[in-house]
Design a protein around this ligand. Sequence first.
Ligand SMILES: *Cc1c(COP(=O)(O)O)cnc(C)c1O
Length: 356
Amino acid sequence: MKKYNFGAGPGILPESVFEQAAQAVKDFNGKGLSLLEISHRSADFEAVMEESRQLVKRIFNLNDGYQVLFLQGGASMQFCMVPYNLLPDGGMAAYVNTGAWSKAAIKEAKLFGNANVVASSEDKNFNYIPKGYTIPSEAAYFHITTNNTIFGTEYHQLPQTAVPLVADMSSDIFSRVIDANQYSLIYAGAQKNLGPAGATLVILKDELLGKVQRPIPTMLNYRTHIDGGSMFNTPPVFAIYVCMLTLRWIEEQGGLAAVEATNVAKAERLYAAIDENPLFQGTAAKEDRSRMNVTFVATNPDHEKRFDTFSSQNGIVGLKGHRSVGGFRASIYNALPLSSVDHLCQLMDEFATVNA
Ligand SMILES: *Cc1c(COP(=O)(O)O)cnc(C)c1O
């Protein structure tokens, strides 16, 4: 049976990307060698790294002065690398706590200095994005999680500040048009919207670096990876190649404006289906709803198990909500087609008819 993958991560990627990746594992560039056995210093892989960097710069329209890195360790490694490299001893960084991933980032920052939580939505189980707070101007940087994968909220307006903006964009990177030049540092584990687990994209302004005095271990120092062109040591060759294929796919779609238009259509359709259906209820504040992770619950708890079974029987995969929210979470990442959203909406309608 056809599977409709609504999993939160690792998430769905375009079918054409899977096909090209599979081919490259068998025979890369017609060289008679697998992508998995070639040297990362070979001209063929150097070209993959360079094209990946250029695609990121082009898709985000990055000004000069930005570095694009492909690292390992996931977004979780960035929780520590960001303060390690940017938060001076005895200094302060401002964080907004919008959920489990923000919390994990704050925890690491506390190892290096004052992680100042300037706003939090914990009072309502993170179902909204805080607004109307002040960001102290002396902060070394201001950190946000642009999309909260677990709680289904997303920033639709950026807080305005002169403090360097740092963002965990793991689950909504390349899903919409943004002014990437407003950010000083963006990071994202690849496995939600960009590629397989194993690569982490980091985009940063060069000028941010060099302001902390502490010694930084070689592998955790951004400078190492800038100087090494993300090849200081063996990079995750396969993961980066698949990121490149996905980035090409984004350009082929017409870039971020086209991708965003499809994502808006998908999200509007699904939220409308939830709002119109008396058996289901969205969990996130309407104005802060995520276009990537749509969280909802059954209004009658008895229906939860039943819809879980019904949707699974009809090919839906990965719909179970995170345990801290419960209910359901439909992750509708870039590669998920509108027709899959239609399928889910139809199942919700049918379920309501049978169980009303
Ligand atoms: C998945 C996710 C993470 C964790 O990513 P890893 O690459 O597994 O470390 C961090 N932040 C957000 C927003 C996520 O969605």
